[in-house]
Write a protein that binds this ligand. Structure first.
Ligand SMILES: *[C@@H]1O[C@H](CO)[C@@H](O)[C@H](O)[C@H]1NC(C)=O
Ligand SMILES: *[C@@H]1O[C@H](CO)[C@@H](O)[C@H](O)[C@H]1NC(C)=O
Length: 186
């Protein structure tokens, strides 16, 4: 008999806790959380370096595609910690890293699922992130992918990126991709 009763009280007290955390009015949330901040649009460009070869790759193979999908690579998975630089050269200023993974998710073409966080190290954006999650048919000239969230200065972020291949080295497999990012945030 004691057990069901204490379980009931636990339930009630956790319910009370949840309710007290939720403000009763919309204004309370706005004032307490965002102040009078207005939503703004930030545009920036970074070059994404997928380094698959050499002693210190930034992109490592997790899984090869099954043999009969080798033409589109369907099934391939790579984990990345790719440098993001201001200019197209790897030696140009590094502003952050693209951390996450991409996977070949199309049977009919070379099409990737990108799931990555852009973690910024530079200036006022140091410590802030945006999350890019979308479809990347790599042979198309411009690939658009959603920005689905962010942290730090990019809290409440939403927007999109446009990716254009700047350079692809068929010998090494290394790629440099230009990312233009358009992010709404507060
Ligand atoms: C790949 O191989 C599997 C197992 O042999 C088969 O079921 C599947 O249809 C094949 N797919 C293609 C695209 O050939
Ligand atoms: C970014 O922030 C970290 C942690 O606070 C700090 O160690 C680092 O020096 C900062 N980098 C820049 C470029 O401001």
């Amino acid at each position: 008999m004691a057990k069901p009763i204490s379980f009931f009280f636990l339930l009630v007290s956790s319910l009370t806790l949840t309710l007290t955390l939720i403000p009763t009015k919309g204004e309370a949330l706005d004032q307490g959380f965002l102040g009078n901040k207005k939503e703004k649009l930030t545009h920036f460009r970074a070059y994404w370096h997928d380094i698959v070869n050499g002693q210190d790759p930034s992109s490592v193979l997790i899984m090869n595609p099954p043999k009969n999908y080798s033409s589109t690579g369907f099934g391939l998975v790579r984990m990345i910690d790719n440098p993001l630089t201001l200019g197209p050269k790897l030696s140009s200023k590094m502003v952050g890293r693209a951390q996450g993974l991409y996977a070949a998710s199309s049977k009919e073409e070379v099409g990737l699922l990108m799931a990555m966080n852009f973690a910024f190290f530079d200036g006022k954006y140091n410590g802030s992130t945006i999350t890019v999650f979308g479809r990347n048919p790599v042979f198309e000239k411009v690939r658009e992918m959603p920005v689905i969230g962010g942290s730090g200065l990019f809290r409440f972020a939403r927007g999109y990126v446009q990716a254009r291949t700047h350079e692809f080295d068929t010998k090494t497999g290394n790629a440099v991709v230009e990312y233009n990012c358009y992010v709404l945030h507060y």
